[in-house]
Design a protein around this ligand. Sequence first.
Ligand code: G6P
Ligand code: MG
Length: 223
Amino acid sequence: PLQAVIFDLDGVIADTAVVHDAAWRKLATEIGLPFDRQLGERLKGVDRLGSLEILLEGAGRSYSQQEKLALSDRKNDYYREQIERFGPEQLLPGAHEAIASVRAAGLKVGLASASRNAPLLLERMGIAGLFDYIVDAANIQRSKPDPEIFLAAAAGLGVPPAACLGVEDAAAGIASIHAAGMAAVGIGQPAALAQAETVLSGLDAFRIDDFISSEEPWLAVAG
Ligand code: G6P
Ligand code: MG
């Protein structure tokens, strides 16, 4: 039976997917690199340097390690300028209620975010205390779609992966959840999240009862 729900942060709980996207777009424009919607979609869920590597695929030359660090710092400065002002208003609709409902059902709640800004964001939005375990992104070696981050969350919660449900807005995140042996709930447009067992428009449509009614999370999700 289901024992834990592990949430992604950006674009699932916090209205920050658009902020990351705008910061990358600004950087791309400044250094003369192409940026469109599909590229933005590919960056979702991918860590900072991994995202930069994807962005630089559009460059006509190679960049030194030093240049890459400077560019990723610059993107992070743009991002931080925005989230410094964030508060509980930037929680996506239904996010607080969804997390609380998982706790109220007696399940554990985990966070699997690749963002090094996650602790700051959770503090600013006032929800740091709602999680039983938060993965430290700085300790993760391999970016989503690798399963490492969801496996680390399950281990931190002390729950077998097969008893966990993962919630993600990025295709790379759904792939990471599946590679970890968990069922996935996609948040967003079905077209971008075709692999997920269930796709919801947002956490305001999340009902924990739909997922705990079966002995087998995969079946419960598929049903
Ligand atoms: C999340 C976001 C990505 C972001 C990554 C790293 O996964 O979906 O867009 O690149 O975190 O965030 P950071 O705040 O560490 O740059
Ligand atoms: Mg996300």
